[in-house]
Design a binder for this molecule. Structure first.
Ligand code: FA5
Length: 341
């Protein structure tokens, strides 16, 4: 095992030197020290070793991990420096030039999609609340029927803050209890916000991204209301009639829970297409009727009131709308990407 670790270290350090871009470094880092990375896989074996072996191999593997992580950081710094130097050498920016009056100003694609979504919901009489970025363990988990021992906590890798019980919100659902307690019934709320997860970054995953949540609480709410609302929003957004498909799904704070798909807006189900993975349906989000425990946690009587909630990733919706292949473009200050919108 010692030999395996040492040769992995040499290979990785050598390969790091040849990486040319930030995303190459991040992808390779995920492949080595990410959740299923090759070093992570080797480290999983340590628990099966004898106590003596654990002492030597454990220390060695830790030293190797630290050395590899340092090398990744160094390479990232070098790449950034090279990029800045190339820019300085090739770009000339005259700060004394008067601003052009016809400079086109436009919204970031995520903001553009959010504005369209908000317009639809304002028309349907929804109030808009911004989601808190720092929240408590109670709002993010317990109030949503996810107590400390619930395995669903592991579904969302959380950034825990040093102050006891505070977290960076992993989901806009963390606003449900707050809004339920602070607003008069009936409630129709749209809750956009930035959320954070301790995830490995790749083409479809960010550690900082946007979600939008809807929540309706009233008497006699059913899945039919939920379906109609989603259909209206997506049809508005894509400018054509979109079909909705509900499949049974599990989320601790909805009962029944559903997974929501919509008909592929690229091929309309007529010819196979890459976006819908040749299925005619695009997997969109989770939703469901609000679990009675969640209502009770906010002092609402589930015998009288019911509601629905759903939440989706705004970055992913913008990717579908504009056919953007990589989620990392959104946070990258790359003007040639941004100018296309
Ligand atoms: C939730 O966060 C639930 N709060 C959704 C919900 C709301 C369920 C209301 C029931 C009722 P999930 O963990 O699947 O669910 O995340 C929701 C969406 O956020 C995903 O469908 C995806 O579009 C987006 N998302 C999740 N993780 C990431 C990530 N790392 N990067 C970018 N988008 C992500």
């Amino acid at each position: 095992m010692q030999q395996k670790l040492n040769s992995l270290k040499l290979d990785v350090l050598e390969k790091i030197k040849s990486l040319k871009t930030e995303s190459e470094v991040i992808d390779y880092r995920n492949a080595i020290v990410g959740k299923n990375g090759s070093l992570t896989e080797i480290l999983k074996w340590i628990k099966d070793l004898s106590v003596e072996e654990k002492q030597t191999i454990g220390k060695l593997s830790n030293d190797i991990k630290v050395a590899i992580l340092e090398a990744f950081e160094m390479r990232l710094k070098e790449i950034k420096k090279i990029e800045v130097e190339a820019k300085l050498a090739n770009e000339f920016f005259d700060v004394t030039t008067p601003a052009s009056s016809d400079t086109k100003i436009h919204l970031h694609p995520i903001t553009a999609v959010l504005r369209q979504v908000e317009d639809t919901f304002k028309r349907m009489g929804f109030d808009i609340f911004e989601s808190n970025e720092v929240t408590t363990e109670f709002f993010n988990f317990d109030s949503l029927n996810i107590p400390a021992t619930h395995p669903a906590r592991d579904m969302q890798d959380t950034f825990w803050l040093e102050w006891m019980g505070n977290v960076l919100a992993t989901q806009t659902s963390s606003m449900q209890n707050i809004i339920m307690k602070s607003q008069k019934l009936p409630i129709k709320a749209l809750i956009p916000g930035r959320v954070f997860r301790n995830e490995d970054i790749d083409a479809t995953h960010e550690n900082t991204f946007y979600q939008v949540e809807w929540m309706v609480i009233d008497k006699n709410i059913s899945l039919a209301n939920l379906k109609y609302t989603i259909k209206t929003m997506l049809s508005d957004l894509f400018g054509k009639e979109v079909e909705i498909r509900l499949r049974p799904g599990y989320f601790p704070f909805v009962e029944p829970g559903v997974e929501v798909d919509f008909s592929c807006t690229f091929c309309d189900g007529k010819s196979p297409c890459r976006v819908c993975k040749w299925s005619s349906w695009i997997e969109f989000m989770w939703a469901g009727l609000i679990h009675p425990n969640v209502l009770t946690n906010a002092w609402i009587d589930p015998e009288i009131y019911s509601g629905f909630a759903f939440g989706f990733g705004l970055n992913r919706l913008a990717m579908i709308k504009y056919n953007i292949p990589d989620i990392r473009y959104f946070q990258h200050p790359n003007l040639s990407f941004l100018k296309q919108f």
